[in-house]
Design a protein around this ligand. Structure first.
Ligand code: GAR
Length: 205
């Protein structure tokens, strides 16, 4: 079996990257291999996680490159250099242009910390999502893994998992529970599903 080559794009702590690494080590992800980590933040702890697991890492900074186009071109350069099949956005806090997303149809996955179509789209990221969830007063939230297209958080849904909200939740406690109960479970599962399809296609070549 020829495994699908996976790049994980990160910006921060990288707990979802860790969940993918752990899933690969446990054989939950068996049709793909994490071949590259790209960060748009030089201080992201996710880079240390990649280093500790001997995964090649690249830092790509929009502030240095000067424009979104040059930033994305640099990412594409690395994706091509490492012959990447699947791009996983795991806490990647930058919206990619249509030029980029249309280059990789059904090849980019994102994990979002709510049940899409609620609490998603431009401006809904990280802790902000959980603040809005608590402010609204919904009783159930969760996480979604979806394909990425030109609409922020608008691509086809692959997996979702619901999480109950507790009476004393803070944005932080809710974020932790959504990650532990939902994100760290459904992201590896979705990555294996997509890797399996792609690796079957690679075997036929
Ligand atoms: C995760 O909760 C992820 O779902 C969210 O940021 C966090 C990153 O944590 N992503 C978004 O909000 C994207 N819209 P991590 O760096 O520990 O994986």
């Amino acid at each position: 079996m020829v495994k699908a080559k996976i790049a994980v794009l990160v910006s921060g702590g990288g707990t979802n990257l860790q969940a993918l690494i752990d899933a690969q080590n446990k054989g939950i992800i068996k049709s793909g291999e994490i071949a590259l980590v790209i960060s748009n933040n030089a201080d992201a702890y996710a880079l240390t996680r990649a280093y500790n697991n001997n995964i090649p890492q690249k830092v790509v900074l929009k502030s240095v490159l000067g424009s979104q186009e040059k930033f994305e071109d640099e990412i594409v350069k690395y994706l091509e250099e490492f012959q990447i099949d699947i791009i996983v956005l795991a806490g990647f806090m930058s919206i990619l242009s249509e030029k980029f997303t249309s280059k990789y149809p059904k090849r980019i996955l994102n994990v979002h910390p709510s049940l899409i179509p609620s609490f998603c789209g431009k401006g809904f990221y990280g802790l902000k999502v959980h603040e809005e969830v608590l402010k609204y007063g919904v009783k159930i939230t969760g996480a979604t893994v979806h394909y990425v297209n030109e609409v922020p958080d608008g691509g086809e849904i692959i997996l979702q998992k619901a999480v109950n909200i507790c009476r004393n939740d803070t944005p932080q406690s809710l974020q932790q529970r959504v990650m532990r109960v939902a994100e760290w479970k459904i992201l590896p599962k979705a990555v294996e599903m997509v890797s399996c399809q792609i690796s079957k296609g690679k075997d036929k070549k």
